[in-house]
Design a protein around this ligand. Structure first.
Ligand code: ATP
Ligand code: MG
Length: 580
């Protein structure tokens, strides 16, 4: 599988800042434009996204969706959503529905162009009969093992099957028996009669039809022969009058067969074009393996926020705009490469930076008592909702004598570069006051459980005092008696190596720290009414998303979508500095 031959992470090619959301330009759009110029398809542009409903869509599919729907939009064409549902053993209605939902969520509309290969089964069957009649297909009774053996290798030609020269009449009769369920599953297949010595192994009499005694989720028990991908795919494209049949690079050798079948039947002929599939580091993009992760319980279902599925990214808090932007920025090439996952995170940050309101939340609370603040008093302080966008306005947050700060914002014996709170040290509380730490209270085991501080009333709003004193750190905080409780889920890469497929079983490389659940977080009170599925920036901590499934009215659950640390920007900066 070409998707597994990773060729190093490519960071240098793309810079999100250099691209805008306008029209794309790549080798495929060049082909489309040339065809429009020469009138090859009478000015039509018809593409399709053809998923097999045997799993949930992942971010790799998003690339294909953006490409196919994007090209249709760019050239006023249409894009079909076609379910390539030819294998009843692995497909289900659940997958069909999830795929429709995900494509819609990504922001694309197939209008009334929703198709199923299974709707073409009768036409495909008739096409197979035509090939037999033309002497271009035969029923082979070799066993599956023998067929494999006879196929030959890259260095050796294949061997012709002894059944290859059956008469047209015999083949027609046998094929009918196959279709009528009169023959056993592995007893025979229909094969194209091409060339067992072809240097392209795909062309060595490929199988076109096989017997499967299995009900289909759409056609029920009507069929017991099912077409193979290569046969069904080109003919479905032809039936739908697709112009540009865009697929991933591993199908490059199948193009010869695609063309052969359409030519043999003398039917309408789309152009197959291959592009590089998306690979992401720290990630697996293969439905087969994603199914394993789900079925073996390594993750909590298809929409686990650590999954690279569209539904997982959505549950995590990714936005459709961020995913579309990512697909735009990575571009379309012929050569496979691996994209750094930090680029995906970067696209998300760019989107949420402008849209997500800022709030304060303390994930690992440390109690802090302001001794010179009146016992029962409290006050409301002004806070800005988004410094990037003044139109998002302000809100008021309550302040009182007892607050929480983050445990790791305090150190009893700070090293040189630690500027946050320490005994004797003064810092700013965001939007509130300067405070100075005087005492540290510990439990029997020596853990710091409470800080005793004083505040300077002259610094209200976090402003510098009249004497011009400066502090080196600003901390976020919440008022103890006003704060609400929440669960916060911190996510990290699902795998702890860049390429989980490079050695051993990919499951060995699962990151045990990919999910950390914090159940005792304190949030500013306004978040009690955060609607499920809303985005926030928790100041200094990252972007968070109120989980649409697990949040309860009095107990919200937040997923960390991503941290504020922009690794991608750093990579770009380092490359710039070294001229890379
Ligand atoms: P997987 O390898 O994950 O099983 P698939 O190719 O078998 O995926 P399909 O349902 O056949 O899954 O995919 C539908 C379309 O999405 C195909 O046209 C395929 O080429 C494209 N696609 C699948 N994976 C990627 C990827 N990683 N990058 C780009 N396009 C992809
Ligand atoms: Mg496929």
């Amino acid at each position: 599988m070409s998707g597994e031959n990773r060729k190093g992470v490519e960071n240098a090619q793309v810079d999100p800042a250099e691209k805008d959301d306008g029209a794309s330009s790549n080798f495929i759009t060049h082909i489309v434009e040339e065809d429009l110029k020469t009138g090859k398809y009478d000015g039509r542009v018809v593409t399709r996204f053809p998923p097999e409903p045997n799993g949930y869509l992942h971010i790799g599919h998003a690339k294909s969706i953006c490409l196919n729907f994007g090209i249709a939009k760019q050239y006023q064409g249409t894009c079909h959503l076609r379910f390539d549902d030819t294998n009843p053993l692995k497909e289900s209605v659940e997958y069909v529905e999830s795929i429709k939902e995900d494509v819609r969520w990504l922001g694309f509309d197939w209008e009334d162009h929703l198709y199923y290969t299974s709707d073409y089964f009768e036409m495909l069957y008739q096409s197979a009969i035509q090939l037999i009649e033309k002497g271009k297909a035969y029923v082979d009774s070799l066993t599956p093992d023998q067929i494999r053996e006879y196929r030959g290798t890259l260095n050796e030609p294949g061997k012709e099957s002894p059944y290859r020269n059956r008469s047209v009449a015999e083949n027609l009769g046998l094929f009918e028996k196959m279709a009528n369920g009169e023959l056993g599953e592995e007893s025979c297949v229909l094969r194209a009669k091409i060339d067992m010595a072809s240097p392209n192994i795909v062309m060595r009499d490929p199988t076109l039809y096989r017997i499967r005694r299995k009900d289909h989720h759409r056609t029920g028990s009507k069929w017991c022969v099912y077409p193979m991908y290569d046969f069904a795919h080109c003919l479905s494209d032809s039936i739908e009058k697709i112009t540009h049949s865009i697929c991933t690079i591993e199908f490059v050798n199948n193009r010869e067969l695609y063309d052969w079948i359409l030519d043999a039947l003398a039917v309408y002929h789309p152009q197959q074009i291959e592009f590089a599939r998306l690979n992401l580091n720290y990630t697996i993009l293969s439905k087969r393996r994603l199914i394993q992760l789900v079925e073996e319980g390594h993750v909590n279902g298809w929409d686990d926020p650590r999954m690279p599925t569209i539904s997982g990214l959505k549950r995590r808090g990714y936005t459709p705009a961020a995913i579309r932007k990512f697909c735009d920025v990575i571009g379309v090439a012929r050569r496979d490469s691996t994209v750094d996952i930090s680029l995906l995170e970067h696209c998300l940050r760019e989107d949420l930076n402008v849209s997500a309101p800022r709030v304060m939340a303390v994930l690992n609370p440390l109690k802090l008592v302001i001794e010179n603040y009146p016992e029962d008093a409290s006050e409301m302080l002004d806070a800005v909702n988004n410094p990037e966008d003044a139109s998002m306005g302000k809100r008021e947050i309550p302040f009182s004598r007892v607050i929480y700060v983050e445990q790791d914002d305090f150190m009893e014996n700070p090293p040189k570069k630690f500027f946050r709170l320490a005994p004797g040290r003064e810092v700013r509380l965001r939007y509130a006051y300067f405070i100075r730490c005087h005492d540290v209270i510990k439990d029997e085991e020596g853990n710091v459980v409470e800080l005793r501080c004083t505040y300077d009333p002259q610094t209200r709003g976090g402003n510098s005092p009249p004497d011009g004193r400066k502090v080196k750190a600003t901390l976020h905080w919440v008022s103890e008696k006003h704060a609400i409780n929440a669960e916060v889920r911190l996510y990290d890469h699902l795998f702890n190596v860049e390429n989980p497929l490079q050695s051993g079983d990919f499951r060995q490389h699962l990151n045990p720290a990919s999910l950390v659940v914090l159940t005792n977080c304190r949030l500013e009170p306004g978040l009690l009414h955060a609607s499920p599925g809303a985005h926030f920036q928790f100041e200094r901590l990252g972007y968070f998303f109120s989980d649409p499934v697990d949040s309860l009215p009095q107990k919200p659950v937040f997923n960390r979508v991503t941290t504020l640390r922009d690794t991608w920007a750093k990579i770009k900066k380092a490359q710039g500095a070294t001229g890379g």
